[in-house]
Design a protein around this ligand. Structure first.
Ligand SMILES: [Zn+2]
Length: 311
């Protein structure tokens, strides 16, 4: 069973600790070994710059993570850099696609050229914020709850022009509504349903419906705090979010964004990528194989923007 996982923070961990090996480090939730064992076919690797990095050094840190992506992940013979939909379609057996994404635009400051540079380097999906405010928009935990800025509008326009996914996960509610109006390729790479778990990082039903209406995909995430209001979460809780999103019409617009390596607490029996089969077994028991294939792989893959023709 092929898996497309729309979000992980492996690059952040490898940036913080240069000794970590992508091959099979026990410090990582996602390793090459885990991907090969579980059917990992496309993995998104987020550039997420730790909060402690000084604002003046954040773009430098982003470039350092691009370097880690090339030197330590793409250097593995099975790993292939995914920049277009055709790259996914042409993956051979035992090849794993690696997709570069940006989580939060704080590293570009107010400089569109920095964002364009990251796109030239192969970033395929851009999350506008992390949890707090930056010059593009406010994040979900920013108490003033502002929306998209003037500069943020320019960022979304650039993503539209370049046919790049605009990732709405982490945005404030006002930021979400400002962005969904403008974004041509919106997704939510790692967000769950607010209806089931009232965390500000989750999306309300009206937001999920708006995303579905704009042909976006939502990646259900394995973050225990976004799955239930209890202290711990189980695979059953993930299934509840899947069912809820489907009840809103998302059967073919739902995928997965694990957030592995970005989380300290894990779902029971889903503590790393190597546990994916526990989750897939449950899916196969309860849903049609067509639905499971779409959820695990097909829905995000089908949604990958095809670059506009140049005239
Ligand atoms: Zn995140």
């Amino acid at each position: 069973m092929n898996i497309f996982d729309a979000h992980c923070d492996v690059l952040m961990k490898m940036y913080i600790d240069p000794d970590i090996s992508f091959l099979d480090s026990d410090k990582l939730h996602i390793t090459k070994q885990g991907l090969l064992e579980e059917g990992g076919k496309v993995q998104c690797f987020a550039i997420y710059i730790p909060e402690k990095v000084h604002p003046d050094m954040r773009f430098q840190a982003a470039l350092a993570m691009v370097d880690i992506f090339h030197e330590k992940i793409l250097s593995e013979p099975e790993m292939k850099f995914i920049k277009t939909k055709a790259d996914i379609d042409s993956l051979k057996e035992r090849e794993i696609g690696a997709l570069l994404t940006l989580e939060g635009c704080d590293c570009i400051g107010n400089d569109l050229l920095k964002l364009k540079t990251l796109l030239h380097l192969g970033v395929s999906s851009v999350g506008l914020t992390w949890n707090y405010a930056n010059l593009v928009a406010d994040g979900a935990l920013e108490s003033r709850g502002g929306g998209l800025t003037q500069f943020g509008t320019e960022v979304v326009n650039l993503l539209n022009e370049k046919s790049i996914w605009c990732d709405l996960s982490h945005l404030s509610e006002a930021g979400f509504w400002d962005t969904i109006k403008r974004a041509e390729f919106p997704i939510a790479s790692h967000s769950n349903a607010h209806h089931l778990c009232s965390h500000p990082r989750n999306l309300k039903d009206s937001q999920i419906k708006a995303l579905l209406q704009k042909n976006g995909v939502i990646g259900v995430t394995f973050v225990p705090q976004f799955l239930s209001n209890r202290d711990s979460s189980s695979i059953k809780d993930i299934l509840k979010h899947i069912d809820h999103i489907c009840s809103l019409g998302g059967e073919r617009q739902i995928g997965l964004g694990s957030d592995f390596d970005g989380i300290e607490h894990m779902v029971e029996n889903l503590t790393s990528y190597k546990d994916y089969h526990n989750f897939i077994n449950e899916l196969n028991r309860l849903y049609s194989s067509e639905f499971v294939k779409g959820l695990l792989f097909g829905n995000f893959t089908r949604n990958f923007p095809v670059k506009k023709e140049r005239f």
